[in-house]
Design a protein. Structure first.
Length: 143
């Protein structure tokens, strides 16, 4: 039987300590960070509310400015984020008569459903906006 020398014993001790430290770091630090990054990734998803609009040809520039101001007033509603209102600039010609869009983001569907949709500012905007439209398409999705 071969005798184990002091150098071999020290090597086994160093390997054992290295293995224990690696396991401890992985268990206490990396596993906790994995859950944190998943939670932060989940909280960054936004609900996109996209409204495509085909305005009536009789709409004047003054009327369009009134609707534009009304659209941007929706930013006052709690939960509405990153609101944009603008006209189509695509050169493809596939807009199917939709000339403008209104886009906003929400953190949760509750912000859209329970706060935004029934809010008096939104209801007033709908009453102002709808008479000027030929067609409206609403499409919501999670980014």
């Amino acid at each position: 039987m071969k005798k184990i020398g002091i150098t071999d014993r020290m090597s086994f001790l160093i390997l054992g300590i290295f293995y224990c430290l690696t396991f401890s770091v992985g268990y206490f630090f990396v596993s906790g960070q994995k859950n944190v990054s998943y939670k932060s990734l989940k909280s960054t998803k936004k609900l996109i509310h996209l409204v495509l609009i085909d305005f009536k040809p009789s709409m004047s520039a003054t009327d369009l400015q009134l609707v534009t101001d009304g659209a941007y007033s929706l930013q006052q509603i709690p939960g509405v984020e990153d609101l944009n209102f603008g006209s189509n600039t695509s050169p493809e010609g596939l807009n199917r008569d939709y000339t403008h869009s209104l886009t906003m983001k929400f953190n949760t569907s509750r912000d859209r459903d329970s706060i935004y949709l029934p809010h008096p500012i939104h209801q007033a905007f709908v009453k102002l906006f709808v008479p000027y439209t030929e067609s409206v398409l609403v499409y919501d999705y999670w980014e």
